[in-house]
Design a binder for this molecule. Structure first.
Ligand code: BT5
Length: 265
C-alpha cells in the first residue's frame, strides 16, 4: 500500500556484466535470505548469486540470535560465494564484508562508520549493519560461503524492538533523510566485488589493512565474551589470519578467534 518495492528490472540492468549480482533472486518475504541462499547454492547456483528480500520472518544473527527484519525499509541480502580457499580462512570473508559495506555506507555517511570485530558496523556507537557468513563444506573443501548482510536503511528508531532500540541505528536516523535501497544495494555489491577480488588475488593482508583503517576499536579497551569466558584488555589489532588481539595490563597478548566484543567507555 504505497510502500516502495524493489525495482527488479532496474536492478537486473545495473547488475549486467557484474560478478556479484550476476543472478538476482528476489522474494518479497522469506524466512531468512541466508537459508534461501544456502538452498540455491546446494542446487548449484553460481558464485555471485544475490538473494534479496523485502522482509524476513526469521532473520538470523549468530548463535541462534535473531535479526529484526521489517518490510519496506531495510536491506536483507545474501551473496553466494565459491572461494577456492582453505576452510580455516573462511572467517576472513566476514572481515572483508565489513570493509566493503563500510565503504558503501560511507557514501551517505562519510567518515562516521566504524567496524567492530568481528561483524558489526557502527555509527555513533550503534549497530547499523550485521553480517552473518555461513560455510557449507563438501568433504574437507569449501562448497560455498553464504554472506548475509542486514543493513538498517530507513527504519525509524521507534520501530526497533525495545530490546535493541538503544544499541541499534539506521542511515535514516543518522543522516535525517531517506536513502534509496536500490542505490545502496548496488553500492554494497560493487564494493564487495572489489574487495573479494583483492582477497582472492592478494590474500588477506590488504583486507587486514583496510579493516584496521576502518575499525572503531583502535585505542579502546575491550571486553570479549566467548562461551562463558570473559577477557578484558586493550585492542591490539587483528593478526594475519583475522583473529582479534587483546593485551592485558602486563602486555600479554591473547588471540581470540570467536566471540562478542564490547567497547568499554
Ligand atoms: C548479526 O548477528 O549481526 C548478523 C545479522 C545478519 C543479518 C542478515 S539479514 C540477511 C541475512 N539473512 C539472515 O537470516 N541473516 C543475514 P549478531 O552479531 O548475533 O547480532 C544479533 C543481535 O543484534 C541481536 O541479538 C539483537 O540484539 C541485535 N539486532 C537484531 N536485529 C537488529 C537490527 N535490525 N539492527 C540492529 N541490531 C539488531
Amino acid at each position: 500500500m504505497g510502500r516502495m518495492q524493489f525495482d527488479q528490472e532496474a536492478l537486473q540492468l545495473h547488475f549486467a556484466g557484474k560478478k556479484i549480482g550476476c543472478r538476482l533472486h528476489y522474494e518479497e518475504t522469506v524466512d531468512s535470505t541466508n537459508r534461501v541462499a544456502m538452498e540455491l547454492a546446494q542446487g548449484g547456483a553460481p558464485e555471485g548469486t544475490v538473494v534479496l528480500a523485502d522482509r524476513q520472518t526469521a532473520g538470523r544473527g549468530r548463535l541462534q540470535r535473531s535479526w529484526q527484519s521489517p518490510p519496506g525499509c531495510n536491506l536483507y541480502l545474501s551473496i553466494i560465494l565459491r572461494p577456492a580457499i582453505p576452510p580455516r580462512d573462511a572467517s576472513q570473508i566476514t572481515l572483508l564484508t565489513g570493509v566493503a559495506v563500510t565503504e558503501a555506507i560511507s557514501a551517505v555517511c562519510p567518515g562516521r562508520v566504524g567496524i567492530k570485530w568481528p561483524n558489526d558496523l557502527l555509527i555513533s556507537g550503534r549497530k547499523v549493519c550485521g553480517i552473518l557468513a555461513e560455510t557449507k563444506m563438501a568433504k574437507d573443501v569449501i562448497d560455498s560461503v553464504i554472506v548475509g548482510i542486514g543493513l538498517n536503511v530507513n527504519i525509524k528508531k521507534a520501530d526497533f524492538d525495545p530490546a535493541h532500540r538503544e544499541t541499534a541505528t539506521s542511515l535514516l536516523e543518522e543522516t535525517g533523510r531517506d536513502h534509496s535501497r536500490e542505490d545502496l544495494l548496488l553500492l554494497v555489491c560493487e564494493r564487495f566485488e572489489v574487495w573479494y577480488e583483492i582477497f582472492l588475488h592478494d590474500g588477506f593482508a590488504p583486507v587486514r589493512d583496510g579493516w584496521l583503517a576502518r575499525t572503531e576499536m583502535a585505542g579502546k579497551r575491550l571486553r570479549v565474551l566467548f562461551r562463558d569466558e570473559v577477557r578484558e584488555g586493550a585492542f591490539d589489532g587483528i593478526d594475519k589470519d583475522g583473529a582479534l588481539l587483546i593485551a592485558d595490563e602486563q602486555g600479554a597478548v591473547s588471540r581470540i578467534t570467536a566471540g562478542d566484543a564490547t567497547i568499554m567507555k
